[in-house]
Design a protein around this ligand. Structure first.
Ligand code: FE2
Ligand code: FE2
Length: 286
């Protein structure tokens, strides 16, 4: 029998189409026939170092998209247990589907560059048992919602848009535009859901949420490779970094520039609208 994963201590090799459900999955990935097919692409003319860096870069994106499947599924279940309105639960259910599609697209990209798509084994996020208003469980779930959707998804939507702007190779533009078309909404779903709960919290709870958001922003900055010394931030990309940008993979300074602008221009005012104060100053030297 073929399992959905390879035996391995710490990684799972992805399979995309292993059962008759592949028909349903293919419809999802191809958006019921609306999606353009992936354009032709040959890696033969690219230097081997660029090809392997591109495989690694798309593999890293795949891992964050896969994590989004786990978190959005967890969030959908928690929102249902909180008794959120159906339109909110439905929006998060839609995110789960979108993220599965994104994982498939990233997996196609990894394979095109000669890699084998896989994800790390990791624990399932715990869903708190007590979700009544005012409980620690409710705070955990809703601060998780803000942290994942209002911070991470929202800012990564901006990063995808930037990557799409820089990508020149048809295949990369195809993959990024298929992903960005969904990502553009995921952060907004988070704010819409958070608006139902967070503004009515007392000041102490909102301040605690603000501290969590600040810590999340710092963690996200580190994940993108920051903070960088000023001279590294201003340095123009080397030829390999330029080749990777054409393949949809932004350099660390470009990622950080978009991230800092997003925090400054979007995150701070939107969190203020929710009544969440942020003691946060991001570096923006680029
Ligand atoms: Fe995604
Ligand atoms: Fe997303």
């Amino acid at each position: 029998m073929q399992l959905g994963y390879d035996e391995g201590m710490d990684r799972i090799f992805l399979q995309r189409e292993a059962t008759r459900l592949k028909v349903v999955h293919r419809q999802r990935v191809q958006r019921q026939g609306d999606a353009d097919p992936a354009p032709a692409f040959s890696a033969a003319e690219l230097p081997a170092s660029v090809v392997s860096a591109a495989a690694a870069g798309w593999q890293r994106l795949l891992e964050t998209e896969y994590e989004s499947v786990v978190i959005a599924g967890w969030m959908t279940s928690a929102l249902a247990r909180l008794g959120a309105p159906l339109d909110v639960i439905g929006a998060f259910g839609r995110v789960v589907e979108d993220e599965i599609r994104h994982v498939d697209i990233c997996a196609q990209m990894v394979e095109r560059f000669g890699g084998r798509p896989s994800v790390p084994r990791a624990a399932v996020p715990p869903v708190p048992l007590q979700l009544e208003p005012g409980t620690e469980g409710e705070f955990e779930v809703l601060s998780g919602l803000v942290s994942f959707f209002c911070v991470f998804e929202h800012l990564s939507g901006l990063v995808f848009r930037q990557a799409l702007g820089a990508a020149q190779v048809g295949l990369a533009r195809w993959a990024l535009s298929e992903i960005f078309r969904d990502e553009a909404f995921h952060g907004a779903f988070g704010y819409e859901a958070a608006k139902l709960y967070v503004p009515s919290w007392d000041e102490a709870r909102r301040a605690r949420l603000g501290q969590r958001v600040v810590a999340d922003v710092r963690r996200f900055e580190q994940r993108l490779g920051g903070p960088l010394p000023a001279e590294a931030e201003a340095r123009p990309p080397d030829p390999e970094a330029e080749a990777l940008e054409r393949l949809g993979l932004l350099s660390t300074p470009a990622l950080l520039g978009t991230f800092y602008a997003g925090v400054q221009q979007q995150l701070l005012p939107r969190m203020a609208e929710l009544g969440v104060p942020l003691d946060l100053r991001v570096e923006r030297r680029a």
